[in-house]
Design a binder for this molecule. Structure first.
Ligand SMILES: [Zn+2]
Length: 456
């Protein structure tokens, strides 16, 4: 048999139904697909134009980031610690400053940040989806990209009706693309009224596309809706028809047992953004409980303004440690469960488990290779433990998306990283000037004064 690429001499962490790990195994890729994955013998007699010696590293399914806003890299570190940062600072600043060029510049860097860290797929919500799609395509990152829809004016739409029209166009424009899957990303149940939410369900019905939304992220969100409707956000969305389709609910921190039952029954899935959530002091979603109820849970980083880092690999350890801390139990969240939420569990959550999330013949060739030759990775007893508690993004040797090598040893192969960094620094300087902050290099670490015009 002839293949395009063979990866040899790695420990293949397949994440298949049996969680098979093949010590000294191999993976063969032809075109965009895995054609063989298993012990070294699976590639006997196979020749390929390109070979990678994994040198005893871990060959894993590419990591899936189930919730992000990767165009927001220019906002990283801005307005930290401000009260009600989202509504009083972020949204007004975005309305003033975000345009298609800023979105694309931010998204190119965000996509680079992910692929060099072994992330091969992202679910992303923001404005200007076409510019984020261009960025993902350029860098070589697989992306489910949604158009933000809100009751209020956003950078690309004056109101939700315009946002919905834009979304409809967006779904058609990039349909069938190799890497980009258009989806719907209405903002949240608190930022949209019933008429808008019903319009989104109707568009999802007409197009068959997936939906993602922030759900039960804030305690006040649940309280507001309970006062208005007597319903939790999950029950409200279920009543409006968001069940029985691919619906990725991001956050789900404030969900009760009834919500969990509704989500399990209605097939809703969850993007668990634990690191961003603990940073903001919001709380921790009950990921273990959601999983035990049969709900598909994937890990998300949230945007670079929320979680700062948008690499999934660097967050795995925290996900386990905080779950264990919350439960006062050192086995509450086993490392294998965390890897599952970053790979095949996330693939289930985003409705793509038939093509993503594990290293098996027939699946898309989205693969990361993690080196194990550095001091902090010694010795190697259990691949999941080493991946979750020891590996860092600097250990990512290679990232392959759709059968194509897109990053090697921290360097993107299809995008200009210095130019992307310069682009985001320039955008950052414009943001700093707008909020009255000296340019970043000269700020001396000053916090933004709390009385800027963005704070109402
Ligand atoms: Zn978010």
């Amino acid at each position: 048999m002839r293949a395009d690429l063979i990866i040899r001499n790695g420990h293949v962490v397949s994440m298949d139904g049996d969680f098979s790990v093949h010590v000294g195994g191999a993976v063969a890729v032809s075109g965009d697909r895995i054609v063989a994955a298993g012990p070294a013998s699976v590639v006997e007699g196979v020749t390929a134009t390109q070979e990678i010696d994994a040198e005893g590293g871990l060959v894993i399914p590419g990591l899936i980031n189930s919730h992000c806003h990767f165009a927001m890299t220019p906002f990283r570190g801005l307005g930290e610690g401000l009260p009600n940062r989202l509504e009083r600072f972020m949204w007004p600043l975005e309305r003033d400053m975000v345009d298609g060029d800023l979105v694309e510049a931010g998204a190119v860097l965000g996509a680079i940040e992910m692929v060099v860290a072994g992330t091969t797929c992202v679910v992303d919500s923001y404005t200007y989806p076409e510019r984020r799609a261009l960025a993902a395509d350029k860098v070589g990152l697989r992306a489910l990209i949604g158009q933000t829809i809100m009751n209020q004016r956003t950078p690309d739409s004056p109101d939700w009706r315009a946002g919905l029209r834009r979304a409809e166009g967006w779904l058609g424009d990039w349909a069938g693309h190799r890497l980009v899957t258009p989806i719907l990303s209405p903002h949240s149940p608190y930022a949209l009224d019933d008429e808008a939410l019903a319009g989104i369900v109707a568009l999802s019905d007409r197009s068959g596309c997936s939906i993602t939304m922030h759900v039960s992220e804030f305690e006040w969100e649940a309280q507001r809706l309970r006062e208005r409707r007597g319903l939790t956000p999950v029950a409200h969305l279920d009543a409006l028809g968001f069940s029985n389709r691919v619906f990725i609910a991001a956050h789900c921190i404030f969900v009760d047992d009834d919500d969990i039952a509704i989500m399990a029954r209605g097939g809703m899935s969850v993007a668990h953004n634990m690191v961003a959530n603990i940073k903001a002091g919001k709380g921790v979603a009950p990921a273990g409980k959601l999983r035990r109820a049969g709900i598909a849970v994937g890990l998300g980083t949230d945007g670079p303004m929320s979680g700062n880092g948008i690499d999934t690999l660097g967050q795995l350890g925290y996900v386990a440690k905080v779950a264990n801390l919350m439960a006062l139990d050192n086995a509450a969240m086993p490392p294998r469960d965390v890897v599952e939420m970053a790979t095949i569990g996330a693939a289930r959550a985003i409705g793509m488990a038939d093509v993503l999330g594990s290293l098996e013949a027939g699946k898309k060739a989205d693969i990361a290779i993690i080196r194990t030759d550095q001091p902090h990775m010694q010795p190697l007893y259990d691949v999941y433990t080493s991946l979750v508690f020891s590996a860092t993004t600097r250990d990512v040797r290679a990232t392959i998306v759709d059968g194509r090598l897109v990053a090697r040893d921290g360097v993107p192969l299809h995008a200009d990283m210095p130019a992307a960094i310069a682009g985001v620094r320039a955008a950052g300087a414009r943001l700093a000037a707008h909020v009255g902050l000296p340019p970043l290099e000269m700020s001396g670490g000053h916090a933004i004064p709390p009385a800027r015009p963005f704070l109402s």
